[in-house]
Design a protein around this ligand. Sequence first.
Ligand code: NDP
Ligand code: 8X3
Length: 270
Amino acid sequence: MMHAALNDPTPVVFITGASAGFGAAIARRFAGLGARLVLAARRYERLEALAAELTGGGAGSSPGGGRAAAVHLVRLDVRDRGAVDRAIAELPPELSEVSVLVNNAGGALGLSPAQTADPDDWEQMVDTNIKGLLHCTRALLPGMVARDRGHIINIGSVAAETPYPGSNVYGACKAFVAQFSLNLRADLLGSRVRVTDIEPGMAETEFSLVRFKGDQERAAAVYQGVKPLSAEDVAEAVVWCATLPEHVNVNRLELMPVMQAFAGFAVKRA
Ligand code: NDP
Ligand code: 8X3
């Protein structure tokens, strides 16, 4: 029904970080199109609530009106390569041929300048935003290439392209995601596997609550007086890229709220 591009009426969509924010919205959007879903995150009870909603057991309804054709949940920390490999090896047979991988799990920790930032935060950001994405990609890519069909959709950030104070390692992780996405395209030339890097700007999710380690007031202040992107806006962009005709590859898609732009060069004068 949905996926002329992938020649599959019920594609299998594997979404990391599906327990909140963009990941949950992306799951709802694909469910509305009747996809089969593999939803991964550490907070399993959140995945269970989402699955109940998407299969008709809960109160919510999926945008598009449909229901997921199947939902499989994985309690997964993407930083753990062995766990990622096991989760993928143990997918139920009917969900083992993944058509779309959405590498969404990630986030920022802290906003301190490099000279005072917590090295543990740096390590966790590298492990999640870079290494987690690599683990999932490397585990699912061979099957996509063998079937000559698939789409890797990476969630990057405007922080990959635009530096700002306190973005140091987070922005650098997302710059890795941008370049890795392009390099994948180079490796995959000759196959029909697509790769897209989606780069959202300010979006209201749990992102700032996580960045500021549970400080609700500081997180809320980020969005005060602004209409930020919503998780649904980003999900819309993901689904658009995934449902284009199969000869079309969106390499990179940057989106921002209208109320966000660029500050130009900062100059410290004596
Ligand atoms: P949320 O904090 O709302 O969601 C983050 C998701 O990532 C959660 O589902 C969380 O699940 C999951 N996650 C985090 N660490 C791990 C891990 N080690 N293993 C598995 N899952 C993990 O933030 P967003 O939805 O906003 O963020 C999603 C992506 O979008 C991130 O990559 C972020 O960097 C990026 N982004 C966000 C923007 C924004 O302004 N909101 C803008 C641009 C990009 P759990 O904790 O249950 O494991
Ligand atoms: C999240 C957007 O601007 O906070 O990637 O870095 S920003």
